[in-house]
Each structure stands twice: as structure tokens, then as C-alpha cells.
Design a protein around this ligand. Structure first.
Ligand SMILES: [Fe+2]
Length: 384
């Protein structure tokens, strides 16, 4: 029996993978089965291989690199590069590195005695508490409310190209009976999910929700990301739905950033074409953008206006019916197509709550493209 993908029911996308009968370690799949796995990844975007609790960081790393021939398989670098845990970065607290396999990150919550050679360490689940401008009140969290923390694509968005695949292994996770909910501030809709669920949006659904005019406009728009974007927004706060930042002029000036150079600033299309399915996805990290540039006219939108514009394009796609929130079972290995999705952490954890995951993604050797719509290559990032 060869590898099989079983589409999820009652979800907008996603599939469960049944490995071939004799296979236990998915990094060792034969080429034919791996090709089926890769096709499933691009077709269903989020695929789940159950019962992988003992998958080694080495195997997770090898499996992750198989999805991208252009990534640096010899390098020690995780998808985020050198400034990942810079003191001013909004990512500084997001996890630890597996000592024997530095491309794999340990993320989660609570105190841990040992994991793969790392001893006596603490993990903190990212939360709206420290990132959103208006946070949930104690009463709201006590009543089980959480938020989409930050909708994003895994990527350094400076110097390095976005990884093609991220793998997430759930080792210790809250039980499915621990439910929380997201209340949408604008529509008052409610979305129930398991505590710590990982939420996903399909960029293709987001693109297809746009009017024909907006699709055309989006395909002809270049996103200019800020230099060292996670440090650039280090003092800023996000909107309550995690889609973008609130514009209060708190961004660091370019002079305050670590050294940067124009050639490393990312200028990516707003719409990415998947090389396997041919689908167009609306793909933008709304928190890290600096400018939008209209390719046909050269019109350049300022920081605040760019945030408003991506918000306008993105907001319809996060309606409850379009969200897939993966409810974790220990041993789930979730693989997601990072260039076809946006994802977000959810869940409010107290200090003693326990959660342990292994995450891996590797920067690609090539940027995504919107087929037939080259980016405006001659633009330079400007100071605020
Ligand atoms: Fe992520």
C-alpha cells in the first residue's frame, strides 16, 4: 500500500496522511511515496501524520529539507537567521534550539527538565498579552477567550527567502477537552478551538475572495518589507485580530536598526503562484510590511496606508468558516505549505501550563514569484 491522503471533513482544507504500512519514519520514505506526500502538501496545504511522538529532531530536519531542493542542507541555520533572538525583536522569546540539531526549535510553555540534551529550561507560549495594543481583560481570559496572536508566514523577511515547508511536532499538548474561544471584535462572531490550536488560512481562499479588480491589483503589487522587520516593529503593537500593526509611529528608525543593506531588503509579490498546483495565494506578512508599490504605475503607499490596504484584502479570509484550527493530539506531525498559507498561534496559557513542540523550517534558496507578474525590482526602501 502506498501513502494516502485523506481530506479532513468539516474543515476548509487539510488532510490526514496514512503512511505506507511498513513506514514509521517519514523522512525515510521512498521517492514515490515522498512525491505523493509533497503533492498532498501543496494540494491540502496542511497535512497531519499521526503517531510521530518519537520522531527525532534529525529526522524532522531531513524530512523538512526534502521539500525544497534549493535550501541550504549543509547549513546550521533555521529559517530566521542571525537576528532571530535579537534583544529588540518581537521573536526573542519564541523558543530554544535543539543543541544537536540547531535547525529545530523547541517551543511551547512551562518549565522542562530535559529535552534532547537541553536541560532545565522555560518556554512561554506567545500571547496577545504582550503583542496586541488592546489586550483581553482578565475577566475575558478567565471566561476562556483567546485571540489570533499574529497571522504570519514563517520567514526572516530580510536577506533569507521564505521556507517552503514548516513541520511542527506536538509532543506534549493540552487535551481536546480544554476549549477556548475567539470573539471577533467587529462582527461579534465566535470561534471555538482547543487551547493552543494552531490556526491556518489558505492564501488561495483569501485570493479567491477578492473581487476581480482587487485580484488584478494584488497580482501587480510588490510588498516592500522593512529591514530587520521584527526589530523594526519591536516597540509597536498589533491589531486585536493579529493581522497587522497599529500605526502609532513607534517603529524604530532605520538608524536604530542593526546594520542593514538595501540588497537584503525583501521585495516580494503580494500574490504567490504555487509551482505544483498553479494556484494563486494572497501571501503577505501584514505585521512586517513597510510599503506597497503598484507595479504598473509606480505608486507607493506609505506605512500606515499599506497596513490599511493589506488589512482590507486580508480581513475577509479570517472569517470563522475559512479558518482551520488544528487541535493537537500528542504525536501529531503537522506539515504545512508555508508559501500557500498564513498561520497563527492561539491560546492563553498560565505559567504552569505545559506544552512542548518541535518546529523546523529552513530558508529557501529562492524567492516566491507571481507567475507573469514580476516584482518592481528597482525600488529602494525609504526611511520613515
Ligand atoms: Fe510560525
Amino acid at each position: 500500500m502506498s501513502l494516502k491522503a485523506i481530506p479532513l471533513t468539516n474543515a476548509p482544507f487539510g488532510a490526514t496522511i496514512q503512511l505506507p504500512q511498513d513506514a514509521t519514519d517519514p523522512s525515510l520514505l521512498g521517492q514515490e511515496d515522498f512525491d505523493l506526500l509533497e503533492k498532498a502538501l501543496h494540494t491540502y496545504k496542511v497535512i497531519v501524520i499521526p503517531d510521530q511522538k518519537n520522531l527525532s529532531p534529525r529526522s524532522q530536519y531531513v524530512l523538512t529539507t526534502r521539500f525544497d531542493e534549493t535550501c541550504d542542507k549543509e547549513g546550521k541555520s533555521y529559517g530566521h537567521g542571525k537576528t532571530f533572538r535579537h534583544k529588540d525583536s518581537v521573536l526573542k522569546k519564541d523558543g530554544h534550539t535543539v543543541p544537536s540539531q540547531p535547525q529545530v526549535q523547541i517551543i511551547g510553555n512551562g518549565h522542562w527538565e530535559e529535552d534532547n540534551g537541553l536541560k532545565d529550561f522555560d518556554l512561554t507560549q506567545p500571547s496577545q498579552r504582550t503583542f496586541h495594543k488592546d489586550t483581553l481583560t482578565d475577566e475575558q481570559t478567565a471566561a476562556g477567550q483567546t485571540r489570533f496572536y499574529r497571522w504570519h508566514i514563517d520567514s526572516a523577511l530580510y536577506e533569507l527567502s521564505p521556507p517552503k515547508c514548516t513541520t511542527l511536532l506536538g509532543i506534549h499538548v493540552p487535551g481536546a477537552d480544554e476549549q477556548q474561544k475567539i470573539v471577533y471584535e467587529d462582527t461579534k462572531e465566535e470561534f471555538s478551538l482547543t487551547k493552543g490550536a494552531t490556526a491556518f488560512i489558505s492564501g488561495a481562499i483569501a485570493f479567491n475572495l477578492l473581487s476581480k479588480g482587487d485580484q488584478e491589483l494584488a497580482m501587480n503589487t510588490t510588498v516592500v518589507y522593512a529591514p530587520h522587520p521584527y526589530i523594526f516593529i519591536g516597540r509597536s503593537k498589533a491589531t486585536s485580530d493579529g493581522l497587522t500593526m497599529v500605526s502609532e509611529g513607534k517603529e524604530l528608525s532605520f538608524d536604530e536598526l542593526p546594520e542593514w543593506e538595501e540588497s537584503k531588503v525583501k521585495k516580494l509579490p503580494l500574490v504567490w503562484t504555487d509551482p505544483i498546483t498553479g494556484e494563486h495565494s494572497l501571501q503577505v506578512h501584514g505585521c512586517c510590511i513597510f510599503n506597497l508599490v503598484r507595479n504598473k504605475t509606480g505608486e507607493r503607499l506609505g506605512l500606515e496606508e499599506s497596513r490599511q490596504e493589506v488589512y482590507r484584502l486580508m480581513r475577509p479570509a479570517i472569517a470563522p468558516k475559512h479558518v482551520y484550527a488544528h487541535s493537537w493530539t500528542a504525536g501529531d506531525l503537522v506539515l504545512f505549505s508555508n508559501r500557500q498559507l498564513w498561520h497563527s498561534v492561539t491560546g492563553e496559557f498560565s505559567k504552569d501550563d505545559k506544552r512542548l513542540m518541535h518546529q523546523c523550517n529552513i530558508a529557501s534558496g529562492e524567492d516566491p514569484v507571481c507567475e507573469g507578474h514580476p516584482v518592481a525590482s528597482d525600488i529602494k526602501v525609504r526611511n520613515v
